[in-house]
Structures are given as structure tokens and as C-alpha cells.
Design a protein. Structure first.
Length: 591
């Protein structure tokens, strides 16, 4: 065999890549293993995240959120993971606040949004060991980290709440006059049109979003309901919200908005409580389950026109009681309610109330002499007198104390409400000078009512009258249960837009008539004897005066003026109707 020279061997490069391939092959094999196992890691982690999110939703859906951990672990087991994969389940609360970063809205100490202190959200954290193949064979398994995932889900059960008179019918002529005085424009709706307003239950969320568009509000719902807006814009927003479900109602509302003009401004602060959603941006109401309850359009209009604790000048309203008296409205004032008129939210933090109201009437007795003839006093030719009659109603209140959602929310949801009607006072006599002051800090008391002259004959003979009937017809605190339509055992039915449901009534619907039958009459006869008045009040006079004076006042009690006027203002007369205008069993959502 002929040998090759060494120089040729040195220059021979055949097979020179073999060592390189041998060295790089191991590197390529390792890289491929890392790539394959990394892809497997992301696939496994994605699966773990999906299971964690589903477990969080399952945990948040628990009727008792304290069972959340058990439900979360069971869900992992059913999906092929050990229960130990769930490393923690944290209960907390979801803060629906646009000013908070989305990652910060889950809180456990409730300082950011204490609300009712109930836990409404759950956070699940899970870990698992990622499977690896080539990297493990090559001794590089530690290159692949442990699987880990976190998911947070929330569920908030909410309902809409309203407290009002539950009006069945109105005197359209009186209401037209009333609204005309309140807005400064001529209002002319028919009885059929008012019936549409009374029966309405428009979608609150759609109404708020329509109002935001009209007034140019782009911030939160809290910003919107903190505004002062024209009543025409408010009514037009109601028309927009009603258009999809109730076209005839929408047409009536548009006609009413046109009649009202743009001059009358109404302050919205204090009128609404939007619960957990008040800090969320306006728009897309279909995504805001807290706003899906309803609002009665007639109550909204009348309450808005009385908002801000303003005194209403209603002196243009009067009516005659045939053969007895003429009655004139001297004025009306209501307080700023301590709570909203319309509220939407969870149990324990959703409350409404009516305003405390003072309505002053002037009852003109056409012939006081004829009344005194019944007392055996032959007084003739006495002029007509105005007797001030004050009707005072304290706040009625209602609070959502429980929302129970069963397996079929449309049929078995129940809402519990603690409610109480307001006290009713009726006074006849000379009133305090500030009786119609909007800033008066206290209600009127019987001790402030002074006798009024029924007859004053040349200063020689006076017959004075003082009537007080206070603190009657208040209902005790009562828990009312509302059920879905068709259900049984409830005090009322839950509404849903555009259907209003049915109300539960507290107090006595005929409280004024009952009150007038138990009037505390204090008649006095005063005689001027040598320029000194001597006044006596005798038991013998009480029954006679009561029977005579009660006639015109009782006529007021059944006369459309009092009943229709208070109804037209959305006021309760010693009673309250409580409505649950909608309920939403929270669908668990990832947050």
C-alpha cells in the first residue's frame, strides 16, 4: 500500500464537518427539546388557565359564596387535576369603579368600596408541574417553569326599588294644571295619555344612556345623576328608552317633552342611587346588569319636579266643595329625601324613601253663621272665613334586605324588602310663619298650631277653632317578600321592563278619612266683656262643633282635590306602596 505524504494528509479536508455535526447535533437536539417542551408548557398553562377561570366562575356562582373553595377544588378534580392543584381561594369584593385599574378592583379589606360588606367575588390561584420530555432526558427539565394561573370572578345579585303612591287613576284637569304651574308651560294631556304614564316601567339603563347623549355626558353614571338637566331632556330620554318596547308611551312622552319646553331645570342629585355601577362610564347599558330594573315615568317626572327640596307655588289651584266651601292650595314644600327615590343595587345597600311633605290648604267656609246656628248661637251675616288646613306626611322608607336566586331565576327569584310608611298629621288653625319654608329643620308639631277665628263679630264675640290629629297611620317596620310573576306567597310581584309588577301596600289608604273621624277638636268661645276677652272651652260644645266643622273637612277627605292633588304629586297619605321594579340574579363574570 502506497503511503501518502504527510503534507497531503494535512491538506485533506474530507469528513471535516463530522465533528462539527457531532458537536452541533447535541446542541440542536437540546434546542429542539426545549422548543418542544416550551410549546407543551404554554399549551398546558393555557389549559390550566382555562380550568382556573371556569373554576372561579363555578365558585362565584355558589348560592353561598363561602362554599367557593369546595366548588373550585371539585371542578379541578372533574377536569383531571388533583384537588391540591388549587393553592388558594380568596373571597373578596369587586369594586365597579372606572377610576381603579382593572387589576385592582378585586379587594379583600373592603376599604375601597365597603358597601354592604358582603363578599361578591372570588379569586382562584392554581399551580401544576409542567410535563417535559426531551429536556428531562437531557437533564434540562429545570428549564421549564412550574405551571401557574390566577382567575377572578364576581357575581352581584341586584334589584330595582321604588316607593310611591301606587296611583290607579288621576284627575287629568288637575294634573295638567299642576304640571303647568311647576314647569311654567301649558300642559294638556288626556286621561288616556296619563294612564299610559302611570302604567309604564321603562328600562332605567336605557333611559340613563339616552339622557347622557342628550346632555353630552361622557363620564360616569354618578356624573350624570349629579347634574341639573331640563325636564324636557329627562322626558325625551324616557321616550327614547320606551321606543323599543312601548311605542305609544314613547309618542306620549315626546309630546309631553315638547309641551314642557326647555326652561324648567330639575336637579337630579339625590333622586337616584345607582349602586355598584355608579362609577362606571355611561353607555352600553346592556352590559350594566345593575341598571336593568325599571322606572315609572309618571313618578319620575313628578319627583324630579319636586327635587332639591324646593317649595312649589301652587296657589293657582283651587276647587269648590258644593254647598260647603271653596278650597285653595296655599302651597306645598317637601324636604330633600334622606335617600334616593329610585335605587338599583344589591341587598344591604339599596334604599329609597319619599320626602317629608307639608301641604297647606285654605278652606273657605262660605257661611260660618249657618254652622254656628247648630250651636244655638243666632249669628247671621258672618263673612266667609279661610281656615288653614295642613296635611303633613313624614318619610316612608324601604330597604332591600335579601335577594335569593334559585335554579330558575325567571321563576324562583325572591326579593325581601324592609319597609315603613310615614306618619300623617292633619292640623287646622293658625300655622307657624315658616310652615312653607323649604329650610325649616323640623316638622310642624301640634303645640305650634294656634286657634283660628271661625267667627269674629265686631270684636265682641269670637268662636275659635283648633284641630290637631297627629301621628296616625304609620305602619310598623314590615318585611315584604316579592316573587316572580306567577309565583305564590309574596306581598307583590317583581317587575321587569316594560312590565311594572305589582306593589305591596303599607299603612291605610284612607288614612285621611280615618284621621278626620278622630279629630281632636278644641273649640273656644270668647266674649268681650269690658274690653277683656273671656274664653271658655266646654265639653258640651265639642260634639256639636266636631259634627259641624268635620263636614267641610271630611268633604275634603273624599273630594278629588286632596286625593288627586297628592296622587298627582306622587305623595303617599299615611301609606306607601313599595315596588321591586326588576331583579337580576348576577351571572358570574371574569373580572
Amino acid at each position: 500500500m502506497k503511503s501518502r505524504p504527510f503534507s497531503r494528509i494535512v491538506r485533506d479536508d474530507r469528513g471535516v464537518t463530522a465533528p462539527v455535526v457531532a458537536v452541533l447535533g447535541a446542541v440542536l437536539l437540546g434546542a429542539s427539546g426545549v422548543a418542544l417542551d416550551t410549546g407543551l408548557y404554554f399549551s398546558q398553562n393555557s389549559n390550566l388557565q382555562s380550568v382556573t377561570e371556569a373554576a372561579a366562575l363555578s365558585a362565584a356562582a355558589a348560592p353561598n359564596i363561602a362554599d367557593a373553595e369546595t366548588r373550585a377544588r371539585n371542578f379541578f378534580v372533574r377536569n383531571g387535576y388533583p384537588a391540591s392543584a388549587v393553592t388558594s381561594v380568596t373571597l373578596g369584593r369587586y369594586c365597579a369603579d372606572k377610576d381603579m385599574a382593572s387589576t385592582a378592583r378585586f379587594v379583600t379589606n373592603f376599604a375601597a368600596c365597603p358597601g354592604n360588606g358582603l363578599r361578591t367575588a372570588v379569586r382562584v390561584h392554581a399551580t401544576a408541574q409542567s410535563k417535559s420530555y426531551l429536556t428531562s432526558a437531557l437533564g434540562g427539565g429545570s428549564l421549564i417553569p412550574q405551571l401557574a394561573s390566577t382567575a377572578t370572578a364576581a357575581r352581584i345579585d341586584e334589584a330595582g326599588l321604588e316607593i310611591n303612591t301606587g296611583i290607579l287613576a288621576l284627575n287629568p284637569g288637575l294634573v295638567n294644571s299642576l304640571l303647568s304651574l311647576l314647569v311654567g308651560h301649558n300642559i294638556a294631556l288626556s286621561n288616556a295619555q296619563y294612564q299610559l304614564l302611570l302604567a309604564s316601567n321603562i328600562d332605567a339603563g336605557l333611559m340613563f344612556d339616552a339622557l347622557a347623549v342628550r346632555v353630552g355626558e361622557t363620564g360616569s353614571y354618578a356624573n350624570l345623576v349629579g347634574r341639573t338637566v331640563s325636564v324636557a331632556d329627562l322626558v325625551s330620554a324616557c321616550a327614547t328608552a320606551a321606543a323599543a318596547d312601548n311605542a305609544p308611551l314613547s309618542i306620549v312622552l315626546m309630546a309631553l317633552a315638547a309641551q314642557m319646553g326647555s326652561g324648567a331645570q330639575v336637579p337630579l342629585p339625590g333622586l337616584f342611587d345607582l349602586g355598584v355601577w355608579e362609577k362606571m362610564p355611561v353607555g352600553n347599558s346592556n352590559e350594566k346588569p345593575g341598571l336593568r330594573a325599571g322606572i315609572n315615568t309618571y313618578q319620575l317626572i313628578t319627583y324630579a319636579l319636586q327635587s332639591g327640596g324646593r317649595a312649589a307655588n301652587l296657589s293657582g289651584l283651587s276647587i269648590g266643595v258644593t254647598g260647603v266651601a271653596a278650597v285653595r292650595v296655599a302651597g306645598l314644600v317637601n324636604s330633600v329625601p334622606s335617600r334616593a327615590r329610585f335605587a338599583f343595587g344589591p341587598q344591604g345597600e339599596t334604599s329609597v324613601s319619599t320626602a317629608a311633605v307639608r301641604l297647606l290648604l285654605k278652606v273657605q267656609i262660605l257661611d260660618p253663621g249657618a254652622l254656628l246656628g247648630g250651636l244655638g248661637l243666632p249669628v247671621t251675616g258672618s263673612p266667609a272665613v279661610d281656615l288653614p288646613l295642613l296635611i303633613q306626611v313624614a318619610e316612608g322608607t324601604a330597604d332591600i334586605t335579601g335577594i335569593r336566586c334559585g335554579q330558575e331565576a325567571a321563576t324562583d327569584t325572591q326579593v325581601s324588602v324592609a319597609a315603613q310608611s310615614g306618619l300623617l298629621d292633619v292640623f287646622l288653625g293658625n300655622m307657624p310663619a315658616d310652615v312653607l319654608s323649604a329650610v325649616r329643620p323640623n316638622v310642624v308639631t301640634a303645640s305650634e298650631i294656634q286657634p283660628v277665628d271661625l267667627v269674629n263679630l265686631l270684636g265682641l264675640v269670637r268662636v275659635q277653632l283648633r284641630v290637631t290629629a297627629g301621628h296616625v297611620a304609620q305602619s310598623p317596620p314590615t318585611t315584604l317578600t316579592f316573587v316572580q310573576p306567577g309565583g305564590g306567597g309574596g306581598a307583590g310581584f317583581i317587575g321587569r321592563p316594560p312590565y311594572g309588577g305589582t306593589a305591596a301596600t303599607l299603612g291605610n289608604k284612607v288614612a285621611l278619612a280615618d284621621t278626620l273621624r278622630t279629630l281632636q277638636i278644641q273649640p273656644t268661645i270668647c266674649l268681650n266683656i269690658i274690653l277683656v276677652f273671656t274664653c271658655v272651652t266646654t265639653g258640651a260644645l265639642v260634639n256639636n262643633v266636631a259634627s259641624l266643622v268635620a263636614a267641610p273637612i271630611t268633604a275634603l277627605g273624599v273630594d278629588p282635590l286632596v286625593n288627586s292633588l297628592l296622587a298627582a304629586l306622587g305623595l303617599q297619605l299615611g301609606y306607601a306602596n313599595v315596588w321591586v321594579t326588576g331583579a337580576r340574579c348576577g351571572v358570574p363574570v371574569l373580572v
